[in-house]
Design a binder for this molecule. Structure first.
Ligand SMILES: Nc1ncnc2c1ncn2[C@@H]1O[C@H](COP(=O)(O)OP(=O)(O)OP(=O)(O)O)[C@@H](O)[C@H]1O
Ligand SMILES: [Mg+2]
Length: 256
């Protein structure tokens, strides 16, 4: 058996009395296409935060390529190949699209450390940034400040920045959230064309997207893994249905 890219062991997180991650055992092999689903507040974003190091666990471990990285900072984990996008994007809004991408590439290659030259002055960085901009069809917006872009295109910039890190593990927290469906297709296309060696974990509420993308699905409820399986197993699972049905009923009750 090969070593998985990501493994969590007994990963737990408490906020006071609230147990938002309970003993989570998650394994992603190289090239995995995994969806993480579950109702609002199930702890999906928290789990991503525990994997990236944005949060410290109350118990348990995170292993990357078999190595315990639980005590490494977020920056060190990023250097080792964990990239993420956020449920709400976190870009340098005053900088252009191109400059945001230069920064992400520079952070990986160390070009940003050579302070006497901006990252964008290096030929290799420029070439790579242009390639990414083409991949994500951001050419028309490359020289605009990010804040002037519609939300859907801002999300594409964020994805470009995650790609620029050349990660071995990519964590996508609702990458198409808030994006009109006219633009979300592009985001999902791009994700669908990712390098096949990258292990990808996507959090997504749209079940069509989940079933199109994922080879396996992990279902999180109240901070614990309810079940994990192939899409057809999850679709047929009564417990999963009742979780979502329950949610639908609550939603109808709220809005109706
Ligand atoms: N910093 C925090 N302090 C206290 N409680 C928190 C904190 N962050 C998250 N929580 C709580 O932890 C639980 C899980 O939140 P989380 O954001 O991980 O859920 P989620 O599955 O990503 O939900 P959604 O689908 O709405 O994005 C929620 O009850 C939330 O209120
Ligand atoms: Mg979330």
């Amino acid at each position: 058996m090969t070593t998985p890219v990501l493994e969590t062991r007994g990963l737990s997180k408490n906020f006071g009395a609230l147990r938002v991650a309970r003993d989570i055992e998650l394994t992603l092999e190289k090239g995995a296409r995994r969806a993480l689903i579950g109702p609002n507040g199930a702890g999906k974003t928290t789990l991503v935060n525990l994997i990236t190091g944005a949060l410290k666990p109350s118990a348990g471990q995170v292993l990357l390529d078999g190595e315990d990285i639980t005590h490494l900072s977020q920056a060190k984990r990023a250097q080792r190949g964990i990239a993420r996008t956020f449920q709400i994007n976190q870009l340098f809004r005053g900088l252009t699209v191109l400059d945001n991408i230069y920064l992400a590439i520079g952070e990986r290659t160390g070009a940003c450390d050579r302070l006497w030259r901006p990252a964008g002055a290096e030929r290799a960085v420029i070439d790579e940034a242009i390639k990414l901009i083409e991949t994500l069809a951001l050419g028309d917006d490359a020289l605009k400040p990010v804040r002037e872009l519609p939300y859907g295109r801002q999300r594409l910039v964020e994805i470009a920045m995650a790609f620029a890190q050349k990660p071995k593990l990519l964590l996508l927290d609702e990458p198409a959230a808030g994006v009109p469906s006219s633009e979300s297709h592009l985001i999902l296309d791009v994700i669908g064309r990712l390098d096949k060696d990258i292990a990808v974990l996507i959090i997504e509420h749209d079940m069509d997207v989940v079933f199109r993308f994922a080879q396996r699905i992990t279902v999180l409820v109240s901070g614990a893994v309810l079940t994990e399986g192939a899409p057809e197993e999850i679709a047929a699972d009564e417990r999963v249905r009742s979780v979502y049905l329950g949610e639908d009923h609550r939603r109808q009750a709220r809005h109706g």
